[in-house]
Design a protein around this ligand. Structure first.
Ligand code: MRU
Length: 370
């Protein structure tokens, strides 16, 4: 995506790999929108920490980061003993997998890398295959997001008012984004529309990241408090909802996404407003049968009890907002059931949630994880 920095347009991918340094290169999303910095993670443990600390976040972006992190860990191995190499690869896989539990993209991405590595007969061959497979995942993420734009753009008509939640934009992927892809494509096709960005407490990805992306892109938008959507729906000020997903069950059509998504889906149903979810194929989970089995990440209560912001002197600081003696409960995701979802936008078409399974072969069905 093009980012204007100090008056100059530059193209960035959210996640990339520095081969000579064996580092994963990431835009530090914790600093946005106030500061734009790209950092390199020195080893796979630092890469896992970047995922759990949410320096990089969003389903596709952490998928690509995990794929590169696996390659990074594999390439750091010294020696030619294949058994010891595979033990190291398993350690790296488990560390990256456990960094954040709800999104399925990291697991799907790393399974693809592992599968492609098997074609190598030596440590050196497997190391080279790991990196090329990670690059393929990242390129495919971009291609899928581009296709989401083509498939979803006709939903965005002139003058429409669109609500989105959290950040399923290019920062949440390698480029372009999922929920934002139809918006960017519709803009390119010359249509004007307005986007309401849910603030998305507790970490405010809507207010900080989506709003920053839309501003960079010159798309008309306003941030709304999470509690404001009901009023806007009731007044007929929202024509369409489009969100991303961290894990969509291919068997049932349930959609896990950032906490607060379910609330918006209920409101959309109540007011007869179409509710769409946009996903690349790496967000499909073909293994879990029940929504209740989706691991819901619980994060630090401090995220709810306070907020990060910029002081007048430009320093990034955390301030406590809540009553000092109170604790908080902070589940990071919720699950929207299929009956509240109008359609799931995929790179190969729009499906009703119940039609994912019958169309599984189009949607790159993967049998149970070995
Ligand atoms: O906790 P985050 O910011 O990593 O949450 C992920 C998300 O950005 C959202 O749930 C998003 O809508 C789906 S990821 C494309």
């Amino acid at each position: 995506m093009q980012v204007t920095l100090h008056g100059e347009k530059q193209h960035f991918r959210t996640v990339a790999f520095d081969e000579p340094a064996n580092q994963v290169r990431l835009i530090d999303q914790r600093l946005l929108p106030h500061d734009f910095q790209v950092i390199g993670t020195p080893d796979f443990r630092a890469t896992a920490l970047a995922i759990s600390d949410m320096l990089v976040r969003g389903a596709g972006a952490i998928g690509a980061t995990a794929a590169y992190g696996l390659a990074q860990g594999a390439r750091a191995f010294r020696g030619s003993n294949l058994t010891r190499f595979e033990a190291q690869v398993t350690r790296v896989f488990e560390t990256l997998r456990d960094a954040r539990p709800t999104a399925v993209d990291p697991v799907n991405a790393m399974l693809e890398v592992l599968c492609k590595m098997r074609a190598g007969a030596t440590v050196a061959e497997r190391q080279a295959l790991a990196l090329s497979a990670a690059e393929e995942f990242a390129d495919e993420d971009v291609a899928h997001c581009r296709a989401l734009g083509e498939v979803g753009a006709p939903l965005i008509t002139e003058g429409m008012r669109v609500l989105t939640h959290c950040n399923a934009g290019w920062l949440a992927f390698v480029d372009i984004g999922s929920a934002t892809a139809p918006l960017y494509a519709a803009q390119q096709q010359g249509r004007a529309f307005h986007v309401y960005c849910d603030e998305t407490r507790p970490r405010s990805q809507g207010a900080t990241l989506t709003a920053w992306e839309l501003a960079q892109q010159g798309i008309s938008h306003q941030i709304i408090a999470d509690n404001a959507a009901g009023l806007l729906f009731a007044r007929g000020q929202i024509d369409l909802v489009i969100v991303g997903s961290d894990r969509t069950l291919g068997l049932s059509g349930d959609v896990a996404n950032k906490i607060g998504t379910y609330t918006k889906a209920v409101l959309a149903k109540r007011h007869g407003v179409p509710f769409y979810v946009a996903i690349p194929l790496s967000t499909l989970d073909w293994n879990l049968r029940n929504a209740a089995d989706i691991p819901i990440e619980e994060r630090d209560p401090a995220e709810v009890l306070g907020a990060w912001g910029l002081t007048d002197s430009g320093r990034r600081e955390y301030v406590r907002v809540a009553n000092p003696s109170s604790d908080a409960y902070n589940p990071g995701f919720d699950v929207t059931p299929p009956d509240l979802i109008t359609g799931i936008i995929t790179p190969v078409g729009i499906f009703r949630p119940g039609d994912l399974w019958p169309n599984r072969h189009l949607l790159r069905f993967r049998p149970a994880i070995p």
